[in-house]
Design a protein around this ligand. Structure first.
Ligand code: GBH
Length: 454
């Protein structure tokens, strides 16, 4: 690399992230119920390689080894998610203590290793019985989510250091309910907008439940993608503004007290059913947040749709950049622009930010001596960390950064075909091999800072 990595503020939180269905396996252990992802993965044709998360990284049985990997990495935090169907197999009602026992062991092992547990409550694995009652299209799911948050906080509220209610509600809306590429596989386009409202309502109700049980700060993790108009026409610029409103503002404006962006307000959806957005909902949703989690992978390019397009924009490839194995463009400056843009857009209403996911997929293969070299991942992370630093230098309060992910894992509709880990996993043997990016990231996070001598 060129110039040395600049130093980050003392107390900056360094971490890695994972999610339950992508790593745990043990799909029927200890009374775990089924989620929409069990159903979806077991439906032929949905997953690129026909795989499921039944075993994944078998983390449920190997969490000690994985906590040792975290300790070796030197991170100060680990972001994992709690599987709702392990805690409440039908989504509501009676808690299964054995499900919570697993997370309690994990949290205690993390604390013993000096690592802050950061717990996400919903990373897309809705209990199937709730889906059978309408899922996030049904308003009741929001209150069930708050009951579940209460149950988790009752057990872990004294030890979790940061709560994250939802992971990427917009992606769960768009891929799960808009296009159907993800579970539950619904292709409703904009008729899916109530899914955004009910998730955000669930978030707001969960914030209250968490605060009643725990003094730990509360966050939500949103996916953001800076939007570039494909051409210089007014129509392309308008399309870019529309996509920005949908992808970046829909699940942020209401949290920060601004209501829904015009054009994508669930109030306007003609459903013929009782009002989706009811009196008082926006106040619940705007409950003060301690941290905004920002997940960033890449910017998006859009152009104007044709008159018979169902949406007022069309996504096109963003050219002129290197690409990952997922074919996503590598644009580190997009992260700086995004962070600075959030500050510009929301001003003092913006809480401190932690980058809760950032990372890339490459086709990492062990060499003949079993070592895994991933210089592209090191370059990706190096560039993005410099972008975070540049945003801090520009006055944005960023207090943490988490790499996606600790382990190669089960990448949703892509199955095992996309590897995001700092650690290589041989899924036939479950052997874990730290990649060269693991060593690189360890050296970054364990470096002494000026205010914090080694
Ligand atoms: C995150 O979602 C998830 O939280 C995590 O579980 C997942 O493993 C990780 O990212 C890696 O995928 O321009 O058409 O190619 C990321 C959400 C949505 C970001 C799709 C990239 C590509 C759109 N992603 N998007 S496209």
């Amino acid at each position: 690399m060129t110039a040395p990595m600049p130093t980050f503020p003392a107390g900056f939180r360094w971490g890695v992230s994972t999610s339950a269905y992508q790593i745990e396996g043990a799909a029927t252990a200890d009374g775990r119920g089924r989620s929409i992802w069990d159903t979806f993965a077991h439906t032929p044709g949905r997953i690129a390689d026909g795989s499921t998360g039944d075993v994944a990284c078998d983390h449920y049985h190997r969490h000690r080894e994985d906590v040792a990997l975290l300790a070796g990495l030197g991170v100060s935090a680990y972001r994992f998610s709690v599987a709702w169907p392990r805690v409440l197999p039908t989504g509501s009602g009676a808690v299964v203590p054995a499900g919570l026992d697993f997370y309690e062991r994990l949290v205690d092992d993390l604390l013993a290793a000096g690592i802050d547990p950061v717990a996400t409550l919903f990373h897309w694995d809705l209990p199937q019985p709730l889906q059978d009652r309408g899922g996030w299209l049904a308003r009741d799911t929001a209150s069930h989510f708050a009951e579940y948050a209460d149950a988790v906080a009752a057990r872990l509220g004294d030890r979790v250091k940061l709560w994250i209610t939802l992971n990427e509600p917009f992606i769960h809306l768009s891929l799960g309910h808009g296009t159907g590429a993800h579970a539950p596989g619904q292709a409703l386009l904009l008729d899916a907008l109530p899914v955004a409202h009910h998730q955000l309502l669930g978030h707001g109700l969960a914030v209250a439940a968490l605060r009643a049980r725990s003094t730990a700060p509360v966050a939500i993790a949103n996916n953001y993608s800076p939007v570039v108009p494909a051409g210089r026409t007014d129509a392309d610029r308008a399309a870019a503004a529309a996509y920005h409103a949908l992808h970046n503002r829909l699940c942020t404006d209401p949290l920060l007290g601004r209501g829904y962006p015009p054009g994508f307000d669930p109030t306007e959806v003609p459903t013929g059913t009782p009002a989706v957005v009811r009196d008082g909902d926006l106040d619940v949703i705007a409950a003060p947040l301690d941290v905004l989690g920002v997940n960033y992978y890449h910017p998006s390019a859009v152009r104007a749709g044709t008159p018979d397009d169902p949406l007022p924009f069309e996504l096109v490839p963003l050219t002129g950049h290197p690409r990952t194995a997922f074919d996503w463009p590598v644009v580190p400056d997009g992260l700086r622009d995004l962070l600075v843009g959030l500050r510009t857009e929301y001003g003092d209403a913006l809480p401190p930010i932690q980058v809760t996911e950032n990372g890339c997929a490459y086709d990492d293969v062990p060499d003949t001596r079993g070592r895994v070299h991933d210089p592209e991942r090191i370059a990706y992370l190096d560039g993005h960390l410099r972008a975070v630093h540049a945003a801090i230098a520009a006055g944005v309060e960023v207090t943490g950064y988490f790499v996606w992910s600790l382990l190669d894992n089960w990448e949703w509709a892509e199955g095992f075909t996309k590897r995001f880990g700092l650690t290589h996993v041989d899924f036939a043997t479950q052997r874990r091999t730290p990649k060269s990016s693991y060593t690189w990231f360890r050296d970054v996070v364990t470096r002494p800072t000026p205010d914090q001598p080694a």
